[in-house]
Design a protein around this ligand. Structure first.
Ligand SMILES: [Zn+2]
Length: 377
């Protein structure tokens, strides 16, 4: 079916096939079925599904394909997420001047199908040519775009690998994210007391004023410590002649260390608590830790192998700090060390999303190199 010698052509063909499937978060059933069929038909490999579908109300759980190899050294995990953000239905691929795009009505899905196309092509090529490779696990997660919900539900012990390569960030292949922030989400509900705004305002407690003082007291934006914090949505009150009884707002913070993350979250919460105490309003807080931060040393095994693989291919290896979470945040909690690889996708989460064919090819070569490179002592 595929031309054994033409890795480049195969990656583009597979990419176009993969993005043809609609896969919004929680609706990954179709793409999961296609993957199962493809791996079985082309390589005689099976996918194992975990229990996550039931836990998050999705069509598919996380999927893993375990492939024993001939090379000594640590088992390597290669991971992508199956879901995409909307609008993603009925995607039409346009190839123009070395660039792959959508027709402008939907996202393209290079996030994260560029990684999938590279992994499948690299695997197909090394298996068909009999190239020795490491023990590997291919991980396909679901609902990544919903605050990493899929990978959050992976049970300890389900994955056996020691190192992880998550193919899921922008930038040209050769770039790797080796540190990413943790993330905490808040929903604050403030209940004051309604009163006529003209006749008896002193009998009321304004939930809106309380929220305003709380938010004004918070440190938001990018702080000197590198922490970021934001209020995302606010709503409350009813009509102008009533002192607002209810006000609700959401907020988040991110930080590259657990200590800074917890300190910022505690501070944001105490700003709201103080404002409520002062006004007499009642507070209800939902605080959710989406994921914890991680930092992988540049001399860790995953990073060293990556650097060697890049050098072998003439790519310039660069390590960078990420601004958001990825499935790796959860994989690190499961005991793995790893990095997030840039896949070449551009303008993600927009209808202008694109990827250069050259980057897709470089990524495939990089994955192939990582699958077959031996541990360097
Ligand atoms: Zn992604």
């Amino acid at each position: 079916m595929y031309d054994q010698m033409d890795q480049n052509k195969m990656t583009v063909e597979l990419f176009c096939e993969l993005v043809r499937h609609d896969a919004p978060s929680l609706h990954e059933g179709e793409i999961a079925a296609w993957l199962k069929k493809w791996l079985r038909a082309e390589l005689g490999l099976e996918l194992e599904e975990d229990e996550t579908a039931n836990k998050i109300g999705g069509e598919s759980g996380n999927l893993v394909c375990r492939i024993p190899g001939e090379l000594p050294g640590p088992s390597k995990l290669f991971s992508i997420h199956l879901d995409t953000v909307e609008p993603c239905r009925n995607k039409q691929v346009v190839i123009d001047n070395g660039m792959i795009k959508s027709d402008g009505k939907t996202i393209l899905g290079a996030d994260d199908m560029a990684g999938a196309a590279a992994i499948l092509t690299a695997l197909w090529q090394i298996r068909k040519m009999g190239t020795p490779h490491s023990d590997m696990e291919l991980l396909f997660t679901v609902a990544e775009e919903l605050h990493l919900q899929g990978s959050r539900h992976i049970n300890p012990g389900w994955l056996k690998s020691e190192i992880a390569y998550v193919l899921d960030t922008g930038g040209a292949p050769g770039l790797a994210v080796n540190s990413a922030p943790g993330h905490i989400d808040f929903n604050f509900k403030i209940r004051g007391k309604a009163a006529h705004a003209g006749i008896a305002p002193e009998q009321g407690i304004s939930a809106i004023n309380t929220a305003a003082s709380a938010i004004a007291a918070m440190e938001l934006g990018r702080l000197s410590s590198g922490v970021t914090a934001n209020v995302g949505r606010i709503e409350g009150g009813s009509v102008t002649n009533i002192v607002a009884e209810h006000c609700e707002f959401t907020a988040e913070c991110r930080a590259h260390s657990i200590e800074l993350l917890m300190a910022q979250a505690d501070n944001m919460r105490s700003c709201v608590e103080s404002a409520c105490q002062k006004s007499g309003a009642v507070l209800e807080v939902e605080r959710k830790r989406s994921y914890l931060p991680f930092k992988t040393a540049e001399d860790s095994i995953s990073a060293v192998l990556f650097r060697h693989a890049c050098n072998n291919l003439g790519l310039n290896p660069v390590f960078a700090q990420g601004g958001g979470g990825s499935d790796l945040n959860h994989l690190v909690q499961l005991g793995m060390e790893g990095i997030v690889l840039a896949v070449g996708m551009e303008n993600v989460h927009s209808c202008d999303e694109s990827i250069k064919i050259e980057h897709l090819h470089q990524l495939t070569s990089l994955v192939r190199e990582l699958m077959t490179i031996q541990r360097i002592v």
